[in-house]
Design a protein around this ligand. Structure first.
Ligand code: NG1
Ligand code: ZN
Length: 557
């Protein structure tokens, strides 16, 4: 690092001193905290993004969002060249950068780090594209990120404005693949692949008619509602009503959105008994999560939740159906046995895992956090991953995508209009529709809608695929959540000693009991998850284990 670069960093960083007495860490989804604490962290992540771009000689993304957190929070995360999460190797550097106490320490840290091979005079300058969600604090934080990027000599920052998180990740991936990467291109890719799937629906199966067939979407008062509206203008054949845009006085994520609906299992604001039986969906604040629900006839706002596990099951069924058609190809020489795998976390409802296994699918488990699920899913020809909370997508390997392209070409001359050709075309369209970088509520929603039409299913028929085991999630505030250390995809506590044995003893008291605890990566809490054959039993198990956590770790206040 030359002197010009060092002095630029010293002078620029002196405007962004870190908050006193707060230690921030790059968690499950980047840094998240009260927005008032974040300007120095976001500035420093601007620096990191520029350095990462130099290192990879590719475009890097920086997104300012705190997803489903309350409106006063904000956060920052980095998208790697393939559109995925920042490489885990760089997370310790991100932590160290965020917590360096003075400009001198910061420069020293960067100087030591860049010695390990960051090409300051590389072929191309650093390039970072930025996006933010609708939080009021986003604008000032975006400026801080730009300052951080500008403190690396020659770096270019391109502000894409207010976006969904998956749009930004999609753009990074598209840019680095040399594809068109604007917001219009994103909408065009989604709408054209959706239309293609609609055209391939077997005519006898389509069940769409009648006014009750509309979908009502809760936009969480975030960025997704408006974007979905833009998308709808390019689509025919979908009747969607959007509520909770965020423009009618509603507060982001407050009593609305996918996280609220999935955790509380009640209707979001803006929905009531008039909506009984109608197919409804909820996005989260930055539109990377999606759950479906329907309002039940009971008067207390109860819903039937159709969560990420069921979206995964629907996708798996559809993909499997197409693969079976393809594998039945007469000319066995040319057929290819695609390796389909599904990936879940310990939060997946046990009934979903049983269902997927009964379908003959390979089910894998990883710790919580999209980066782990994504990495595992990328090992398959087609890997489907979902968190129960509604974050997930379908990954197609490069090799399998290439094979599909060649196959559809071959079939279009050899057996045009055949079931075989249609199955291959459907898979190709899913590959284009579903975001290959991260979970994307908008592309996920379009895929759900077209598959329901393909199957001729109502939300109720879909929900009947299997019955969820009753479950309960709780949070426990503790003095130090990092005192909880887990193993086996977070299903076993290895520290503090004795806690797992105590959890086992409680779990054994309940029929079909399952329970685990883990430290949250986004909030200062330990989370408890319990499942059992009745709701009372799941609640009681979760409560007893929450007490155990409290006893073993002690309350913070
Ligand atoms: P933490 O706070 O680590 O549990 C939550 C979600 C994750 C993931 C991240 C990122 C649950 C139980 N946890 O993480 O699945 O989505 O947020 O947004 O839903
Ligand atoms: Zn989100």
């Amino acid at each position: 690092m030359n002197e010009e670069q060092k002095s630029l960093l010293i002078s620029s960083s002196s405007h962004f001193l870190p908050p006193q007495g707060v230690r921030l860490s790059y968690g499950t989804a980047g840094f998240r905290a009260d927005a008032s604490l974040l300007s120095s962290t976001v500035y420093r992540m601007g620096i990191l993004a520029a350095l990462r771009s130099l290192k990879t000689q590719a475009v890097i993304g920086l997104m300012i969002t705190a997803s489903h957190n309350k409106i006063s929070d904000n956060g920052v995360k980095i998208a790697d060249p393939n559109g995925g999460m920042l490489s885990q190797h760089w997370e310790p550097f991100a932590d160290a950068l965020a917590n360096a106490p003075s400009p001198q320490d910061l420069v020293q840290l960067i100087n030591d780090f860049v010695k390990e091979g960051i090409p300051f005079n590389g072929v191309r300058p650093a390039e970072v594209i930025l996006g933010r969600d609708t939080r009021p604090s986003g604008d000032a934080l975006l400026k801080a990120a730009k300052e951080g990027i500008a403190s690396i000599v020659g770096a270019i920052a391109t502000d894409m404005g207010i976006l969904t998180t998956p749009q930004l990740h999609w753009m990074v991936r598209a840019r680095n693949m040399g594809m068109k990467a604007s917001e219009e291109d994103y909408f065009e890719q989604l709408s054209s692949s959706f239309r293609c799937l609609m055209d391939l629906i077997p005519s006898e199966k389509s069940n769409r008619s009648g006014p009750n067939d509309k979908l009502v979407v809760d936009g969480a008062n975030g960025v997704g509602g408006g974007n979905l509206e833009v998308l709808l203008k390019q689509l025919n054949g979908l009747s969607i009503e959007i509520r909770n845009y965020g423009e009618d006085g509603g507060v982001l994520n407050e009593g609305v959105g996918a996280d609220f609906v999935q955790k509380e299992k009640v209707v979001p604001n803006g929905f009531d008994s008039k909506d009984v039986g109608i197919r409804c969906a909820s996005l989260d604040g930055d539109a990377d999560r999606l759950v479906y629900f329907s309002v039940t006839a009971e008067s207390n706002g109860k819903i039937e939740l159709v969560d990420g596990d069921k979206i995964l099951s629907l996708f798996a069924l559809f993909i499997r159906e197409q693969l079976i058609i393809l594998s039945e190809e007469e000319d066995a020489k040319n057929s290819r046995q695609a390796h389909l795998g599904v990936v879940q976390t310990a939060y997946a409802n046990g009934a979903s895992t049983n269902y997927l296994k009964q379908l003959g699918l390979e089910v894998n488990f990883t710790p919580t956090g999209v980066k782990y699920l994504h990495e595992k899913a990328a090992e398959f020809d087609i890997g489907i991953y979902f968190e129960a909370n509604g974050h997930g997508t379908i990954l197609f390997s490069e090799d399998f995508s290439g094979w599909l392209v060649a196959k559809t070409k071959e079939l279009s001359s050899k057996s045009k209009g055949s079931e075989l050709e249609k199955a291959a075309l459907r898979l190709l369209a899913v590959n284009k529709l579903i975001n290959q970088a991260v979970g994307d509520a908008l592309s996920g929603l379009l895929l759900v809608e077209v598959i329901l039409q393909h199957m001729g299913w109502s939300i109720h028929r879909w929900n009947e695929l299997y019955h969820d085991l009753p479950s309960r999630q709780l949070k426990v505030k503790v003095a130090d959540r990092t005192a909880v250390v887990t193993a086996n995809a977070e299903t076993v506590v290895v520290s503090p000693l004795g806690l797992q044995e105590a959890i086992n003893a409680e779990t054994a008291k309940h029929s079909q009991g399952r329970c685990f605890v883990r430290p949250s990566g986004t909030e200062d809490v330990v989370r408890v998850y319990a499942e059992a054959s009745t709701q009372e039993a799941a609640d009681s198990l979760a409560n007893s284990v929450a007490k155990l956590v409290d006893q073993f770790l002690g309350c913070s206040s």
